[in-house]
Write a protein that binds this ligand. Structure first.
Ligand code: F6R
Length: 248
């Protein structure tokens, strides 16, 4: 899996934003939509900031963009501080011109009995949009992508998942304490992610160095869900020097 290391997180963010912008512009030049798969979390915030800047200062037009977020905590309302709905609007959607009807983020409030049909419908909407052109991913310290925790199956689709204790621990500060972190989340599956035409995995900092090493160098297995990306025809790993420090 091609791996590129950047001296600073700002340079990485600019590089990724330029790739996103070029997909958007190319599609726009043919009068077509560009379908993006988007993560939340701390890693992509610099990319969103740079895309907002390109929109505001360079006139980057996002009116042809359709977005699908990877995941959302289950049992959380969209206006709650920790919801990915709220975060995505605060860091990105409120500052650019993606049409509201083109934004898709899993609903963390679907009644339990309706989750299965809701998730099937999320998959159907991705398909109806023409599939995901460009998927951005962060990576959990345990190798999760989206909320596909270790031992998620390769063929998994959008579904309700139980969060790993490691994931809940690392989210504890957002929720003020670990007990408040939801125990499950709705996430795109590994197969949903692997269907994207192009995938960029982003990681920053020393804390991700072990998992980046396993993602890139270990034999692909469900132990490190991100390692499945080695089998994708157009996936790249984009990291800073700290995250690259364990690569051989
Ligand atoms: C969030 C998501 C997660 C994060 C991962 C890394 O939408 O899909 O897989 O990308 O947990 O989170 P950060 O970037 O906060 O280290």
């Amino acid at each position: 899996i091609p791996t590129f290391t950047f001296p600073t997180s700002e340079e990485l963010a600019r590089h990724v934003a330029r790739i996103v912008a070029s997909v958007i512009r190319e599609r726009n030049s043919y009068g077509q939509t560009a379908v993006l798969g988007l993560p939340t979390g701390s890693t992509p915030t610099g990319v969103y900031r740079e895309l907002v800047r390109m929109h505001q200062e360079e006139g980057l037009d996002l009116s042809n963009v359709i977005t699908f977020n990877l995941d959302e905590y289950y049992g959380i309302s969209p206006d709650q501080l920790q919801s990915y709905h709220r975060t995505m609007h605060e860091v990105f959607f409120n500052h650019v011109n993606v049409p509201a009807e083109n934004i898709h983020i899993p609903d963390g409030n679907v009644p339990h009995a309706e989750i299965e049909s809701y998730c099937r419908e999320y998959e159907r909407e991705i398909e109806a949009a023409g599939g995901i052109d460009l998927m951005l991913l962060g990576i959990g310290g345990n190798g999760h992508i989206g909320f596909n925790e270790p031992f998620s199956i390769r063929n998994s689709r959008t579904r309700l998942c139980t969060l790993d204790p490691i994931t809940r621990k690392s989210a504890a500060s957002d929720f003020f304490q670990e007990e408040n972190v939801p125990t499950s989340a709705i996430t795109m599956g590994i197969a949903t992610i692997m269907d994207a035409r192009k995938i960029l995995v982003l990681a920053l900092g020393e804390g991700k160095s072990n998992v980046i090493c396993e993602t890139v160098e270990a034999t692909p297995s469900d132990r490190i869900p991100a390692s499945f990306l080695q089998d994708h025809p157009d996936a790249q790993v984009l990291i800073d020097e700290a995250a690259a420090s364990k690569l051989t």
